[in-house]
Ligand binder design. Structure first.
Ligand SMILES: C[S@@+](CC[C@H](N)C(=O)[O-])C[C@H]1O[C@@H](n2cnc3c(N)ncnc32)[C@H](O)[C@@H]1O
Length: 283
């Protein structure tokens, strides 16, 4: 079978199975199986596929059709221009989390210059996406990353090694900021779990079925992790240090009130106009 024909048939199959963006998914899975880029798919539509390639493509399509997100099939996801390894042990990094990186970089620009390197901790690092992006952007900074999940930390360490950033990030298995000294950091950065179990029905089925529960759900209301993290961050930050966290529209007002006695609290919306990042300065 030729590439063009196999692609057309895959798009029809994914459409029939109600997979969103069927063309994009069919192409991503072909790029994975053939180890090529998108341009190749269109440059060589008449390329004959081997039996082995067709078998592997079919297996990937079956997985996608039963709802497994494409990054868990290919094992890769891009974040901040970096190709990251992902597995079902970690949340798939989302493009909106890049607003967290932008916010930290803006706050760094506004910091008064100090001779000491910045100390930053990423809480709940998952794939390591936030810690890695910050390590790449701020080569002088001392970066720490925590997660309670040893399996997530293994992926994060592999990503750091893949991008030659392992000497730049110290990984810790910890419950939020447990075990860190007081007034140790200039930045506490986090994309914590913030979905409430009461909202479970509104969460996409693919997320509920395949992404780690520990990464998505915080507890009954969605605020449980924030309610513990905010006071811990206050103690771990130096005076004038910043807490930068990803939030959602559902919890924005409640997180703002947990930060009521912090200095200026800024909320940034994502491209869809949803409150996505909150930044606050320790008085
Ligand atoms: C929403 S995911 C974010 C992952 C990654 N930072 C990202 O932005 O894609 C939350 C992460 O927090 C971790 N986590 C959950 N509870 C935690 C806790 N009490 N202490 C440390 N990490 C925790 C989960 O294992 C998961 O990796």
């Amino acid at each position: 079978m030729q590439l063009r024909e196999a692609l057309t048939s895959a798009i029809s199959r994914l459409t029939a199975d109600r997979v969103p963006s069927p063309r994009m998914n069919a192409e991503v899975l072909f790029m994975f199986v053939l180890g090529c880029d998108r341009a190749y798919l269109y440059a060589y539509p008449e390329r004959e596929l081997s039996a082995d390639e067709l078998t592997r493509y079919d297996a990937a399509l079956v997985e996608r059709a039963r709802g497994v997100p494409a990054p868990y099939i290919t094992g890769h996801q891009e974040f901040w221009g970096m190709d990251l390894i992902v597995s079902p042990a970690v949340l798939i990094p989302r493009p909106e989390t890049e607003h967290v990186i932008e916010t930290v970089l803006e706050c760094v620009k506004r910091q008064s210059l100090s001779a000491a390197p910045l100390r930053i901790v990423d809480v709940g690092t998952g794939s390591g996406c936030i810690a890695l992006a910050l390590a790449a952007e701020l080569p002088e900074a001392e970066i720490h990353a925590t997660d309670v999940s040893p399996a997530a930390l293994e992926i994060a360490r592999a990503n750091a090694a893949r991008h030659q950033l392992e000497s730049h990030i110290e990984f810790h298995q910890a419950d939020l900021l447990a075990g860190f000294e007081e007034s140790a950091f200039d930045f506490v950065v986090s994309n914590p779990p913030y979905v409430g179990e009461s909202e479970e029905d509104q969460v996409q089925l693919e997320v509920r079925k395949f992404e780690p529960r520990l990464a998505v759900f915080a507890g009954p209301t969605g605020l449980e992790v924030n309610a513990r993290l905010i006071p811990q961050a206050r103690s771990a930050l130096k005076p004038g240090g910043w807490l930068v966290m990803e939030i959602s529209g559902t919890i924005a007002a409640a997180v703002r009130s947990l930060l009521a006695d912090w200095n200026p609290v800024r909320v940034t919306n994502d491209l869809q106009g949803i409150p996505r990042v909150i930044a606050a300065q320790k008085p």
